[in-house]
Ligand binder design. Structure first.
Ligand code: GRF
Length: 191
């Protein structure tokens, strides 16, 4: 394989999508082939349009179950000849269908130092638990939510004045740094 094509799955604002797009804009070995998003109003779609990256809406509400959505995703990824799947704020639970289509080729980023604080309230939970260090984790996706082998982590200090939004912002600075690096490192193993 001489070039790795990424397929990005995102549900929301897409700041990680933007960081990944910027990181690989001038890269001859890694390119974004397609963005798939599931919410019609997701801001990530505008980011893709501005960057001329193909974006496809697959609204989960139009599928009878999770497996049917994942089959549609796998079909789109195959059409765009995607080699590596990157979940960047993708808020759907994965099924075996997608994992079988891309074994050891689906990455996710999570806003905590896994295995602490899995799930959708990771930042709030780290703050209310009172831990002094949290961070973010890039991992390979497996069937259980926010599990799978860890590829990269970065630590973030929690200070007394932190709020959920200030902590989220500090974590995202680190996400935008480690996610492109972890994608590049994993892509190297596929080249
Ligand atoms: C990130 O904080 C990521 O850790 C979590 O969802 C958030 C997505 O943010 N999985 P964005 O849409 O990339 O701005």
């Amino acid at each position: 394989m001489t070039k790795i094509t990424l397929g990005i799955l995102a549900s929301g604002s897409g700041s990680n999508f933007a960081a990944i797009a910027q990181a690989f804009a001038a890269n001859s070995q890694i390119q974004i082939g397609v963005l798939i998003y599931n919410n019609p109003t997701a801001q990530v779609a505008q980011r893709a349009a501005a960057l001329n990256i193909p974006a496809l809406l697959l609204d989960h509400r139009e599928f009878t179950n999770r497996a049917a959505l994942d089959q549609a995703i796998a079909d789109v990824l195959a059409t765009y000849k995607v080699d590596l799947v990157v979940m960047a704020g993708w808020m759907r639970i994965v099924t075996q269908v997608l994992i079988d289509a891309y074994p050891d080729r689906i990455l996710n980023i999570h806003p905590s130092l896994l295995p602490s604080f899995p799930g959708i309230h990771a930042v709030e939970q780290a703050l209310s638990y009172g831990v002094k260090i949290t961070g973010c984790t890039v991992h390979l996706v497996s069937l259980a939510v926010d599990s799978g082998p860890i590829l990269a982590q970065a630590a973030v200090e929690i200070t007394p004045e932190d709020t959920v939004s200030s902590l989220q912002a500090k974590i995202q600075v680190q996400e935008h740094r480690i996610y492109p690096a972890a994608i590049a490192a994993h892509a190297q193993t596929l080249l």
